[in-house]
Design a protein around this ligand. Structure first.
Ligand code: UT7
Length: 337
């Protein structure tokens, strides 16, 4: 009997309306469009505005888009996983809120926290539930409201991040030929000190001191993270290709985390891929953390064909990183947008 594999059968997405461009940013901090474009490659990012609106608002819209496109019964979904570092609250999980708000009331739901690798780690988890036969339909959401933890007085971090959400549906492929073929995932806690948000958890609960010290914002040592991202993303993606006897000609698209255009270019170069074979939307959305990978799929879905070999790669806080080899299971232009 063939092994059941987990395929993606639909993609949904959502971006909030407000667009923060480099011109507006350069009135907020000492920066320029030229510096941001040269060093990072971001022109605009979307920002969720509105009192009391958290990540679940965007994530629910992405799931509704997915449900509409795939036309499945919401009650047939067994599990909802939300990868995020900006949950609405510490608890209940954001996935719980999404499941309720999108009408997925038969599903159990939980969040995953692996920073910018959250969606990648979530793909492996969602696939495992399908491959084991435990679930028939799993919705994986990658969503972050990064504007809620960005310090808009810090020019080193505020140009980088944006808000957004993407969602995919995992189902079984009885032929076993398509879907998640192989993965290499890694974590290294020695990197924690280079990229983190200090307060708001159990170590430093919110206090006047944590607020005054700006410990509720992202702390990133850019150059250290940059070097680790380039070497780890590229090494892992190349190792995954070698383990699966994939040449650069075999790969249709690299689906890279959108942290910095220079990191994407370096990873693609190590894999022997041209820019045309990279999914890129960092220029329009910035780094939406757990949402970058599904938003890439959302943007490029129409160009994907059944049987396309995709290599996903990500790096983020933790440190966490990895790569996934995934065989696409449907012609994207057959899906309505
Ligand atoms: O997604 C999670 C993983 N995160 C990443 O992968 C991010 C990795 N890191 C990066 O992408 C880059 O390191 C940054 C985009 C964060 C920074 O770029 P960089 O080329 O590493 O710049 P830098 O931090 O070395 O700063 C170079 C100079 C500094 O000035 P001095 O000290 O040389 O005078 C900064 O103060 O650029 C200055 N600078 C800026 N200038 C204008 C830093 N930010 C800005 C800015 N505008 N926004």
């Amino acid at each position: 009997m063939k092994k059941i594999n987990a395929i993606i059968t639909g993609v949904g997405g959502y971006l909030p309306d407000y667009i923060l461009d480099n011109e507006e940013l350069s009135r907020m901090v000492d920066t320029t469009d030229e510096w941001i474009m040269t060093r990072i490659g971001i022109k605009t990012r979307h920002i969720l505005k509105g009192e009391g609106k958290g990540t679940s608002v965007m994530a629910t819209e992405a799931v509704k888009d997915l449900l509409e496109k795939t036309n499945i019964d919401p009650l047939s979904v067994d599990l909802v996983i939300c990868s995020t570092v900006t949950p609405d609250m510490s608890f209940p999980s954001t996935a719980n809120l999404i499941a309720y708000n999108a009408g997925l009331t038969n599903a159990f739901a939980f969040d995953m926290s692996a920073a910018c690798s959250g969606f990648l780690f979530g793909m492996q988890t969602a696939a495992a539930y399908i491959q084991s036969g435990r679930c028939k339909r799993v919705i994986l959401v990658g969503a972050d409201k990064m504007s809620s933890i960005v310090d808009y007085e810090d020019r080193k971090t505020c140009p980088i991040f944006g808000d957004g959400a993407g969602a995919v549906l995992f189902e079984a492929d009885p032929t076993g030929e398509y879907g998640l073929i192989d993965s290499m995932l890694h974590s290294d806690g020695s990197g924690a000190k280079h990229l983190y948000m200090k307060a708001g958890g159990s170590a430093y609960p919110a206090s006047i001191e944590t607020v005054e010290n700006k410990w509720h914002h992202i702390h990133q040592e850019g150059q250290t993270v940059f070097k680790a991202a380039v070497s780890n993303m590229a090494d892992t993606a190349v190792a995954l290709m070698e383990r699966n006897n994939l040449t650069s000609d075999d790969v249709r698209f690299l689906v890279p985390h959108q942290a910095n255009m220079r990191i994407i270019d370096a990873t693609a170069a190590r894999m022997g891929l041209s820019r045309e074979k990279c999914m890129i939307n960092i220029d329009r959305y910035g780094n939406t953390t757990a949402a970058t990978l599904p938003l890439c799929l959302w943007d490029y879905e129409q160009r994907l064909k059944k049987g396309d070999n995709l290599v996903f790669a990500a790096f983020g806080g933790g440190f966490t990183w990895g790569a996934i080899y995934f065989k696409w299971a449907y012609d994207g232009d057959t899906m309505k947008r």
